[in-house]
Design a protein around this ligand. Structure first.
Ligand code: SAH
Length: 246
């Protein structure tokens, strides 16, 4: 009698465990299906293959970061379906998140290592900062427009809490944490700001678009060597202007 009860309890326990496992497995499968329906992972892989690798970017670090960062979470919900297209997208306040290829190209040209301290001017959506944070340990980013700063800060604080964000005119860099191993500027000034050169370490690299608003801008690789500043032209680009605090 006693043994029978024991067997009943064991059978009941096994049944409960099987039922629980079934629920867990179906929840897991369902969440995977949901992800598949939206197709973001696949779109991101296609973006990397067709827009980045196909155009000659071979850096493993850059490819890995671009495969990982969920670009659709850096634009508004209405635009998330377009997040992996081969173009810049509006992020509000007349600003744009750069085309994925340009993000990859600029990141590649930075020759970033994990031990680098990197400064970005022009946080915008926070997407470029997230890509940098996938590669480098210390990322600082500056945004002049307060509403964009607030949205990006909130977004990065959950996804990349180690990234430091500030709301000021990035023409002056971010003196408090200088010098930087690398600087990336994602809005175009009409000349290379002196404070940014000053805040670069000796041997440091800065990637910066320079030129008048809208056209005829050139993306430059700037290398600081002692008192010398070497500039190499990368390609023609179109960026929003680097605006100055009034
Ligand atoms: N890197 C961003 C996109 C940059 S768009 C991203 O990944 O989404 C350029 C950004 O530079 C805009 O958000 C613009 O407001 C900002 N910006 C323009 N002038 C600036 C300045 N002087 N200092 C800091 N940010 C500036």
């Amino acid at each position: 009698m006693y043994n029978r009860n024991k067997i009943h309890i064991i059978i009941l326990l096994v049944a409960v465990i099987i039922a629980l496992l079934t629920v867990l497995v179906s929840l897991f499968v369902h969440s995977k299906q949901k992800e598949d329906i939206l197709g973001y992972d696949i779109k991101r892989q296609q973006m990397v293959e067709n827009q980045i690798v196909a155009r000659g970017i071979t850096s493993k670090k850059v490819i890995k970061a671009m495969l990982k960062v969920p670009r659709h979470q850096f634009v508004s919900e209405e635009l998330s379906a377009s997040a992996y297209e081969d173009r810049p997208l509006p992020i509000g306040e007349g600003q744009t998140i750069s085309q994925p290829y340009i993000v990859a190209l600029m990141t590649k040209e930075l020759k970033l290592s994990s031990n680098h301290k990197v400064l970005e001017i022009g946080t915008g959506s926070g997407y470029q900062a997230a890509i940098l944070a996938e590669i480098a340990d210390e990322v600082y980013t500056v945004e002049i427009i307060t509403s964009l700063y607030e949205t990006a800060k909130e977004r990065l604080s959950t996804m990349y809490p180690e990234v430091k964000v500030s709301n000021h005119d990035g023409y002056y860099g971010w003196e408090e944490y200088a010098p930087y191993d690398r600087i990336i500027v994602t809005a175009a000034p009409d000349h290379i700001p002196r404070p940014l050169i000053d805040q670069l370490i000796d041997g440091g690299i800065m990637i910066i678009p320079v030129g008048p608003p809208g056209y005829s801008q050139v993306l430059w690789k700037v290398t600081k060597e002692g008192d010398n500043v070497l500039t190499e032209r990368i390609c023609d680009v179109t960026f929003v202007p680097l605006v100055r605090e009034q």
